[in-house]
Write a protein that binds this ligand. Structure first.
Ligand SMILES: Nc1nc2c(ncn2[C@@H]2O[C@H](COP(=O)(O)OP(=O)(O)O)[C@@H](O)[C@H]2O)c(=O)[nH]1
Ligand SMILES: [Mg+2]
Length: 323
């Protein structure tokens, strides 16, 4: 999702890069010394200008504008940094970019009028001074965006446009086993910001259409009262993902939790996520009888096929609106 955000050069890096490369610029010998100096000065100015301007342009282009970020990602970003400061930083960088173009144009114009090598060198020196202070004026912003980028790159890659099934239920009820048996390949693992929890994302096809199934260990598998603030926010971000919840219930004698504990989590999740939610009874091979909407056993291919059919029939509800 946010993997393509470029590395942010800090202000000193931009200045060093620009000035050290500009030093090497030479223009072919001319009959008049002043022509040559003028040529060099103007090329140096436009080169140095380009280094900052192209970098700033790229940042403004590649850092997603916060208004257009999907609410799920917005919530996560909001957990990690000050989104207003992010916005302001980007607009200050855009401002600096514009100022640098202005200052460069003025200095090139001045140089073009001059025939005195000393004066020309003075113009270049003055330009470097103005340039450096403009680049330095956004040094905090660059630093801030660089920090934001580090956070953003760690954000779990959930597709917000694909029909989605979210698996929930107490530990050991069979969530991971279900994910592994209905989706292809190894699930992608992504880390939640600021929590030790990760998200597992698997894919499969339903009625010829790609569907994603996510398992959120540590997030949708225990009572809200046991959560810290960041984990609660992680749950609330999940609310933004449109999809159908598969709530797994283990009624076998092996179950680590009582039915009351499982029911209480069910109620919390139903309330928190406010999404269609299906109760799926797991471990049917070692359970007495089916008491939920649907029963499955990881060992029985038939029941998994049946669940797939059932999920296919509800793909419409799992599909995000507007896609
Ligand atoms: N007998 C039986 N055991 C199962 C079934 N599904 C999962 N298990 C076992 O239950 C345990 C917990 O499963 P897991 O998928 O890790 O649960 P999670 O904590 O909800 O992700 C594992 O030992 C699984 O092998 C099932 O359908 N039948
Ligand atoms: Mg698990």
């Amino acid at each position: 999702m946010f993997k393509k955000i470029p590395t942010v050069l800090l202000s000193q890096e931009i200045i060093n890069k620009a000035l050290s490369r500009a030093k090497k610029i030479e223009v072919p010998r001319q009959i008049l010394l002043s022509d040559r100096v003028r040529g060099e000065v103007t090329s140096k100015i436009s080169f140095v200008e380009g280094v900052a301007v192209s970098h700033f342009k790229r940042l403004v282009q590649k850092f997603p504008s916060i208004e257009h970020v999907h609410p799920f990602y917005y919530d996560l970003l909001d957990m990690m940094f000050d989104v207003d400061k992010y916005k302001v930083s980007l607009s200050r960088i855009q401002w600096a970019q514009k100022k640098i173009v202005e200052v460069s144009t003025t200095h090139i114009r001045q140089a073009k009028k001059s025939t005195d090598p000393r004066e020309l060198n003075g113009i270049l020196k003055a330009y470097y001074g103005r340039y450096s202070s403009l680049v330095n004026s956004v040094s905090n912003e660059l630093q801030y965006l660089s920090k934001c980028r580090d956070f953003m790159r760690r954000i779990p890659d959930i597709n917000t446009e694909m029909p989605t099934f979210i698996i929930a239920g107490m530990p050991n009820v069979g969530k991971s086993s279900l994910l592994a048996s209905i989706t292809t390949a190894k699930p992608k693992i992504a880390q939640y910001p600021f929590t030790t929890q990760s998200i597992l994302i698997g894919h499969c096809e339903m009625a010829g259409e790609p569907v994603q199934v996510i398992d959120t260990p540590g997030i949708l598998d225990r009572p809200m009262s046991e959560r810290n603030e960041m984990e609660i926010k992680a749950v609330s971000a999940l609310r933004r993902i449109e999809g159908v919840v598969l709530f797994l219930v283990d009624r076998s004698s092996q179950s680590s939790y009582t039915l009351e504990q499982q029911d209480s989590l069910y109620k919390e999740i139903k309330f928190m996520l406010r999404r269609p939610i299906v109760r799926v009874q797991t471990k049917m091979d070692i359970s007495e009888k089916l008491e939920e909407e649907i029963g499955i056993s990881i060992n029985s291919k038939d029941s998994i096929d049946f669940l797939r059919e059932y999920m296919t029939s509800r793909v419409q509800e799992a599909r995000p609106r507007g896609s």
